[in-house]
Design a protein. Structure first.
Ligand code: SF4
Length: 432
């Protein structure tokens, strides 16, 4: 029992869960491998938010069956949102899978691996902090969600909101800083509801203030926010604390009040417009991203037009648009008919994408000639790549080594998706 292979699909929360499981297995003395066929332990970390993701998991489970047959003592585990409170049905469909684990429930696998290795896993596994993190790293601060949006399966799979205490998150970020991490992204399904469930109800702003003091960390990001929980205290903390980036992911999902009600989003179109106005008034340089679902059950052309009008009016920095698909187990799947034809959903998604491409073309063109602070995250096709504080992707060429540095880049060219520039001679923000 020496090697493991981890395959992950889905959101940043799943990636963070996989990093933590890998940290636990490495602390038990195992090494990661690139190919499932070379591994003693194979873990598939699943997602069911979209049908396409679930289909990929099922496909991978299919091609894992011969690997298990060829080496029966190999441990095969299915983790993540595909695993609900009861796994009987999954066990019937995939009898060759040894372990089913809900999100963040690593114990069943660690127990099994410990038994095979003849070690007490609890004795060797400490804090689940990634062992070899990149320059940027995700840190889950809330597990689960207390809301019940009618289209969403997450509360059923990840359970109710549980926030991690401030001291525990701060300790993890200090360890990450000592391992070379320069930027942390705090993760939660409703990250701005952080602390509401903790005894002394610290807020996300309180957590920002604590993390802002940690040496070595240059930037703090957070996602995903819910409009209902975005208080002025949080907005002001983003504006005031130098390490917290002026970048807010604030899904609106739809621009029509009737659809927002059907989705049970708990805010109106007017509430959202006012919130964006308040954030921009506090921080004119802020970047706001959003998510949209088109083709929600019963969405008429007029209602969809309300979404397009909202996006044209607000001119947000980035929009992630998805066509609605029914997820078994959700309120919408039980009570609403998925009546908008697929071709119409595709057409609406394309209209959102086209509008947003135009907006991003114009917004990014305005940055040409400006000087931007970039955290260098890596290299791609001979160029250094990093992000502005507002999370825009920037490329520049330079012979020197810059990984992990904060540098100043003069923006010279733009596209809807990225910016190109040259390193400014006076590197105003170089990290030590
Ligand atoms: S806020 Fe709504 S969409 Fe987001 S995880 Fe919770 S239930 Fe799902």
């Amino acid at each position: 029992m020496n090697t493991f292979y981890l395959w992950t699909i889905g959101c940043q929360m799943n990636t963070a869960d996989s990093d933590r499981l890998a940290a636990a297995l490495e602390q038990m003395g195992m090494a990661p491998v690139e190919k499932a066929a070379e591994a003693d332990v194979i873990v598939l970390n699943s997602c069911v938010v979209r049908q396409g993701a679930e289909d990929k998991v099922v496909g991978n489970l299919g091609w894992m069956a011969p690997l298990k047959k060829e080496q029966p003592d190999r441990i095969l585990a299915l983790m993540g949102c595909m695993v609900g409170p009861k796994s009987d049905d999954l066990a019937r469909r995939f009898p060759y899978v040894d372990v089913f684990m809900r999100p963040q429930e690593f114990e069943p696998l660690l127990e099994k691996v410990g038994e095979r290795m003849g070690v007490d896993w609890e004795g060797c596994v400490g804090p689940l902090t990634p062992v070899r993190p990149d320059v940027t790293c995700h840190v889950p601060i809330i597990h689960g969600c207390d809301l019940m949006c009618t289209f969403c399966i997450i509360p059923y799979r990840r359970g109710r909101q549980v926030s991690r205490p401030v001291a525990e998150v701060a300790q993890e970020v200090e360890i990450l800083a000592s391992r070379g991490v320069k930027e942390v992204t705090l993760l939660g399904q409703t990250v701005d509801a952080y602390g509401h469930d903790l005894p002394d109800t610290p807020s996300l702003a309180d957590l920002f203030t604590r993390l802002n003091d940690i040496d070595g960390i240059e930037r703090i990001r957070f996602l995903t926010s819910h409009p209902k929980f975005m208080t002025q205290e949080i907005v002001q903390a983003v504006a005031d604390l130098p390490k917290v980036c002026e970048h807010i992911n604030l899904p609106v999902q739809a621009g029509d009040d009737g659809i927002l009600d059907e989705m049970r989003r708990q805010y109106s179109r007017r509430d959202y417009i006012e919130l964006v106005g308040r954030i921009r008034e506090t921080m004119p340089e802020v970047a706001i991203n959003t998510d949209i679902i088109v083709g929600f059950p019963g969405e008429t052309e007029e209602q969809f037009q309300q979404t397009l009008d909202l996006l044209a009016e607000l001119r947000l920095d980035k929009v992630h648009c998805a066509a609605y698909s029914t997820r078994p187990g959700t309120i919408a799947s039980r009570t609403m008919e998925d009546a908008v034809p697929d071709s119409e959903k595709t057409s609406r998604r394309q209209r959102v994408d086209k509008l947003q491409e135009q907006i991003q073309t114009e917004m990014n063109a305005e940055l040409v000639g400006s000087y931007e602070e970039i955290l260098v995250e890596g290299r791609q096709r001979g160029k250094w790549q990093g992000r502005t504080r507002s999370n825009k992707l920037v490329f520049f060429e330079d012979e020197a080594y810059h990984l992990g540095n904060l540098v100043t880049v003069k923006i010279e060219r733009s596209s809807p998706w990225s910016l190109q520039g040259t390193l400014a001679v006076e590197a105003k923000f170089s990290a030590s």
